[in-house]
Design a protein around this ligand. Structure first.
Ligand code: GMT
Length: 377
């Protein structure tokens, strides 16, 4: 098939999933066209059947906000026609689902039909999509998509709870590429980070409020009081400054490393002992799955889709959002005994295998075929 993929090209989860999906589809012989405003962060090398179309906008003194939606819709119309695409697959509903609908209508007016699949990722439904500023357009454009997928059962349910949706939503979980995410020997890293064999706790996110990174630091403080340990904070975002302040206030600067955005996050996961994800909301928790694939157990909140990924008492533990005490207790339980840690590591890997890219991608391919066959226009 010839597939157009629209996504945010940044380090966020939806862009990562969209890019990995596109690359996986290309490996399976499909022709994939990424259409976005910047080369996606994980699209780093040349692939024979992967194409990238940059959306460029025109600035004008009249515009307080550059009309990206209009530029994207125009680009979609152009790429669908010129590259003869069979399907548009848009990731993150805002604004992509509405923009794709507009492009579809323009193409229809010219007698050209292209079906649109929207994948819901999380805050496009919860924190952001549910906001009055966006909700009517989100609901409309979901209902107008030819196919809709959600990355977890929890997100599917939330979509029905928050909006008046009368189309079927298919759950296709996020996935992991084991060629990249696996435990490899990085002992030299481990020695550099934890020279005295300290346990290594890790957190990866975009440091927004919803991730509750403050909780990560407070959990770490309690672990550190009991066990020699270090904390790696990977990523960057609006909370970073406050988090650095908190580390200073708690006297944890020497034990905590802010590593910023990292391309080879798997190499750091490979030396880590425990992943912390105390999020306020989390539709799936791809970062936790990436950790589990590298044999790192997870201490998380029980928000959203996290219980579908992290299995209580097996791959880690789940607590109520904000239960720092409970999360710290569970972290210590896993970390203070080598045999317990080994067992949790093994279970984490076993659970991650359920989300192997080779198991999940065929679901997307089958869904594409179904939508192309059944879409009514
Ligand atoms: O909503 C975000 O935090 C960003 C979003 C994204 O688009 O990058 O992440 C969401 O999508 C990821 C990939 O499907 C999921 O793994 C994350 O759980 C989800 N984040 C939230 O629901 C907060």
């Amino acid at each position: 098939m010839k597939i157009g993929i629209v996504c945010y090209p940044t380090y966020g989860g939806s862009g990562v999933v969209a890019t990995e999906l596109g690359l996986g589809l290309a490996k399976r012989g499909h022709e994939v066209h990424f259409i976005t405003y910047k080369r996606p962060a994980r699209l780093t090398t040349f692939h024979a059947n992967v194409f990238y179309h940059e959306v460029t906008t025109e600035d004008y003194p009249l515009f307080e906000y550059t009309p990206y939606d209009t530029a994207l819709a125009s680009k979609l119309v152009d790429v669908v026609k010129f590259e003869n695409l069979d399907l548009l697959h848009v990731h993150y509903a805002i604004p992509h689902a509405a923009v794709a609908y507009m492009a579809k209508k323009i193409l229809l007016s010219e007698g050209r039909y292209v079906p649109v699949i929207t994948t819901l990722h999380g805050t496009d439904i919860t924190l952001v999509g549910n906001n009055n500023a966006f909700a009517p357009v989100v609901a409309f454009s979901i209902n107008k998509s030819d196919g809709v997928t959600a990355v977890s059962e929890s997100l599917k349910q939330q979509t029905y709870d928050y909006f008046d949706i009368h189309v079927d939503i298919r759950v296709i979980n996020n996935f992991i590429d084991f060629e990249r995410f696996r435990k490899v020997n990085k002992d030299h890293f481990k020695k550099a980070i934890a020279p005295n064999g300290e346990r290594i706790l890790v957190h990866v996110s975009n440091f927004r409020k919803v991730k509750r990174v403050e909780d990560v630091i407070r959990i770490f403080q309690k672990v550190y009081e009991r066990l020699p340990s270090k904390l790696l904070l990977i990523g960057d975002g609006p909370e970073r400054h406050n988090l650095e302040e908190l580390c200073r206030k708690l006297g944890l600067c020497h034990e905590t490393r802010f590593l910023g955005k990292q391309d080879a996050v798997e190499e750091l996961l490979a030396v880590s002992d425990l992943f912390i994800m105390p999020s306020q909301a989390e539709s799936f928790g791809l970062a936790a799955l990436e950790a589990m694939a590298c044999e790192v157990p997870v201490i998380s909140s029980n928000a959203g889709g996290l219980p579908e990924v992290n299995i209580q008492g097996k791959t880690g533990y789940l607590s109520e959002v904000g239960d720092v005490e409970g999360m710290a207790r569970n972290a210590i339980h896993i970390l203070e005994n080598d045999d317990v840690l080994r067992e949790f590591r093994k279970n984490a890997l076993e659970q991650a295998r359920r989300f192997d890219i080779d198991n999940i991608l065929p679901h997307y391919e089958a869904y594409y075929e179904e939508v192309v066959k059944t879409a009514v226009y």
